[in-house]
Design a protein around this ligand. Structure first.
Ligand code: HAM
Length: 420
């Protein structure tokens, strides 16, 4: 018989490590929930055109990395490579922007798919928690999002991350800069592919990782020197608000993102312990995206933090999260009658909100106690025939080893009190 493995570039989340992933998702979501963001969930796939138009026809994500397919019904769909286009599509479709309460603030958590060359920190299936604030042009909103991401990372105990900040200008100043950059690039000694990229998407060339290319880019014109007055003032205000909040950042005039919808504020959270895939999160403003996908003008801003890479960052900093044991009480029945009675007690405990588990499969005392230990439970509840005859069970404190008999009808109240 053939056995199966997780597809290339993917991995399974298994206990106990999976608890860390859940905790990371929770920690990223908590500041958002606390700041007026409502939860949104969209399908795992969308019309392929949504991403082509939204993320950009010439991006790596759309040209190389999208899982696009045709359904039996002839629809052209793609597994979502990112969340922003989907969230905006959903908000527009439901007319959330017409409810009169702008910005519409949404957060999400889910799986994303990119057909990338797998390596540490780069997977074909990965997980993001993201936030989008739709329909307001206000530097305080950009600042809010950066501050909340910083708060999320700090709450996890991360310290060795940096925030890179840039402005990509708007539809006034970007085209002027683009032309200037193109002029500059045409004079360089670049291979054919790169020259072609310079014609279609010159900003992307700034992001070329090759040493030989970077050396030639040392004197490239910077967008910073081409920003129009409105973009300059906007960016300055974002910088001031973040600074006032005590969040450290670095200006990175060469920061370009892998998606085409960005305007003005762009930022990336990078971590030193991750090797080449150093971006743990990123985002920015996308004032033109709504119109690009057929909606009205809705200036917006958002970010997505990668859960996989955040977990790697925790490992790199040797931060272990304080995750409470899932089970508080572990019941160990000795014999048939005890099995029935203790199973009933476990059900009662659970209904009373106490996390309880049970030794299944008729194990002997030794094996069952081993499992009780492994479960991390604070208490074991052991009962055999003699205990039942007396209407009791033995309550063992797994930390101190101390053991006391407890009347069966007092088990729930006793445990609730001792666990409180
Ligand atoms: P992104 O920079 O493409 O932005 O992805 C955000 C984060 O997702 C990355 O920083 C990284 O942590 C994680 N990520 C991306 N690709 C992979 C991969 N192949 N394997 C593991 N992790 C990965 C966006 O997706 C934008 N939608 C963010 C945004 C929201 N901009 C505005 N609103």
């Amino acid at each position: 018989m053939t056995t199966f493995q997780a597809p290339k570039g993917t991995y399974d989340l298994l206990p106990p490590d999976s608890a860390t992933y859940l905790a990371v998702r929770e920690a990223i979501a908590a500041p958002l929930r606390n700041s007026g963001y409502g939860y949104i969930e969209t399908p795992g796939f969308e019309d392929v055109e949504l991403f082509a138009r939204g993320v950009g026809e010439s991006t790596d994500i759309v040209t190389k990395e999208m899982y696009a397919f045709e359904t039996k019904g002839g629809d052209r769909l793609a597994l979502r490579p990112e969340g922003t286009a989907s969230v905006l599509r959903a908000a527009l479709e439901a007319n959330l922007h017409k409810a009169g309460n702008l910005p519409v603030k949404l957060w999400y958590s889910g799986s994303y798919y990119r057909y990338e060359r797998p390596q540490k920190g780069r997977y074909r299936h990965f997980s993001q928690v993201g936030a989008e604030a739709i329909g307001a042009e206000d530097p305080a909103l950009d600042a809010e999002l950066i501050i909340l991401a910083d708060q999320a990372y700090r709450s996890l105990g991360l310290r060795n991350f940096r925030i890179l900040l840039n402005s990509l200008g708007d539809k006034e100043c970007r085209p002027v800069y683009r032309a200037a950059l193109q002029d500059f690039l045409r004079g360089l000694d670049l291979d054919e592919d790169t020259l072609r990229r310079a014609e279609i998407n010159p900003l992307r060339v700034l992001d070329d990782k090759r040493e030989a290319v970077q050396r030639q880019l040392a004197d490239a014109p910077l967008l910073r020197d081409h920003l129009c007055d409105a973009c300059k003032a906007y960016h300055e205000e974002v910088r001031e608000l973040i600074t006032a909040a005590g969040v450290a950042f670095e200006d990175d005039p060469k920061l370009v993102r892998g998606l085409d919808y960005y305007t003005r504020t762009t930022f990336e959270f990078v971590h030193g312990g991750l090797g080449s895939q150093s971006a743990v999160g990123g985002g920015g403003r996308y004032d033109g995206l709504s119109e690009m996908i057929g909606g009205p003008a809705l200036p917006s801003v958002g970010w997505a933090l990668g859960v996989d890479r955040t977990v790697l960052a925790l490992q790199a900093e040797r931060v272990t999260l304080d995750i409470p044991a899932a089970t508080s009480v572990y019941a160990v029945p000795l014999g048939e009658e005890a099995r029935r009675v203790l199973f009933g007690v476990v059900t009662e405990l659970r209904r009373a909100g106490v996390a309880a588990d049970f030794s299944f499969g008729g194990k002997g005392l030794k094996g069952a106690m081993k499992n009780a230990n492994r479960s991390g439970a604070r208490f074991a509840l052991v009962a055999g025939e003699r205990d039942l005859a007396e209407g009791t069970a033995q309550l063992k404190d797994m930390e101190s080893g101390e053991q006391v008999p407890v009347a069966l009808d007092a088990v729930v109240s006793t445990l609730r009190a001792r666990l409180a």
